[in-house]
Design a protein around this ligand. Structure first.
Ligand code: 13P
Ligand code: SF4
Length: 366
């Protein structure tokens, strides 16, 4: 029987213990109707409820494969949008707190990308014939739709090298948004010269570039970054290596180029977990990615004598993902169990169709 929607106010002041209890009770009532997907950065008090965990690529695949009626996404907004786009019509993606966005994704929007495309057309003629737009999955659905419409594609931190090959097989240049660092590192690994990868500043006329720079560029890197990964610096690695000779450094490719170059391993959150888990016992690791994940890894690896340390001296959490707390999770699940869908993420059909084109290209290539 459906009862009236419960307002969040009633959950805001719940003690953590009570919120946990109500999450468990609501999940028992929902059974297999709801699946709980969690990104690796999710805080521990929410992560413990996950049915399935992963990086962005794995979660996108899992969302497309589940047959649960409700996909409760403990991650950020763009991840829940991808779940909505890739799931079937009868399924609903839910984001327990709508304020859980991604500050990097917010650094690009459709108006700016379309203006950039027009400006590139003025310099190059027909951008559709010369440039493949590649959007990192950390972007709004309308930017994925832009890529779908203009012969472009989506990439994740796992498949960016393969996707870049695909993009260059289509056209001679790439417009990569919104993360300049993932684009630069991926291009660098492919041997593209640094002066052929220029930063496109969407707030300046023509990206702040001359016509000559645009003609010469192979990759136009959108001026965007992750506020968490920008905290990691090459000097942190240097200092740590002096104190831990023989230790290993592993970083996420959203870190800057110096950090990536000076790391022993670079890859997605799933890759970081698997690499450290597969390493010999009693090894030392410095990890350049979000703090919740590093703390969890440090605990999990202790029994094998592996020491896992966080790269930056300051606290670097994904503060937006952190907003999905036990109170919001309890609120959304209890409403669902009562028959009320709160915080459904619904991408408009036309946009979803075009975004799916770009996502399906990615899934087919990677
Ligand atoms: P992954 O796909 O590697 O999990 O990265 C997502 C993300 O937002 C990293 O900041
Ligand atoms: Fe976005 Fe950075 Fe958070 Fe990843 S860690 S979701 S890129 S703000």
């Amino acid at each position: 029987m459906q009862v009236a929607t419960i307002a969040f106010d009633r959950f805001n002041t719940l003690q953590d213990d009570e919120a946990q209890e109500r999450i468990r009770a609501a999940r028992a009532r929902l059974g297999k109707k709801a699946v709980l997907l969690c990104h690796h950065y999710q805080r521990a008090d929410v992560y413990q409820h996950a049915d399935l965990t992963g990086d962005s690529l794995k979660l996108a695949r899992l969302a497309s494969q589940t047959d649960a009626e409700f996909i409760v996404f403990c991650g950020v907004h763009f991840m829940a949008e991808v779940a909505d786009i890739l799931s079937s019509p009868g399924q609903t993606a839910i984001l327990p707190d709508l304020a859980a966005g991604c500050s990097m994704a917010d650094m690009a929007n459709l108006a700016k990308v379309e203006r950039s495309w027009r400006e590139l057309a003025e310099v190059l003629g027909r951008p559709d014939a010369l440039i493949t737009p590649v959007t990192y999955i950390n972007s709004a659905a309308d930017l994925k739709a832009f890529c779908g419409e203009h012969g472009g594609i989506v990439c994740t931190s796992t498949n960016a090298p393969t996707i870049l090959d695909w993009a260059f097989a289509q056209r001679e240049k790439v417009l990569f948004f919104p993360d300049q660092h993932l684009g630069r590192w991926t291009g660098y690994k492919k041997g593209i010269a640094l002066d052929e990868m220029v930063v496109w500043d969407p707030d300046l006329e023509c990206g702040g570039l001359t016509a000559e720079q645009i003609h010469k560029a192979k990759i136009l890197l959108w001026k965007g970054h992750c506020s968490v990964h920008q905290m990691f610096q090459e000097s942190h690695i240097r200092r740590w290596r002096m104190q831990n000779p023989g230790g290993f450094v592993i970083s996420h490719p959203e870190s800057n180029l110096d950090v990536c170059i000076n790391s022993d391993y670079v890859g997605s959150t799933e890759y970081i977990i698997k690499t450290i888990a597969a390493a010999p016992a009693n090894t030392q690791w410095l990890v350049g990615t979000e703090l919740n994940l590093v703390n969890r890894l440090a605990e999990e690896m202790k029994p094998e004598g592996k020491r896992v340390q966080f790269m930056a001296p300051t606290v670097c959490m994904c503060s937006t993902m952190q907003r999905i707390d036990p109170q919001h999770l309890a609120w959304s699940l209890e409403n669902l169990a009562d028959g009320n869908v709160v915080n459904a993420i619904r991408v408009p059909p036309h946009e979803a169709g075009l975004a799916r084109v770009a996502l399906d290209r990615m899934l087919a290539v990677s």
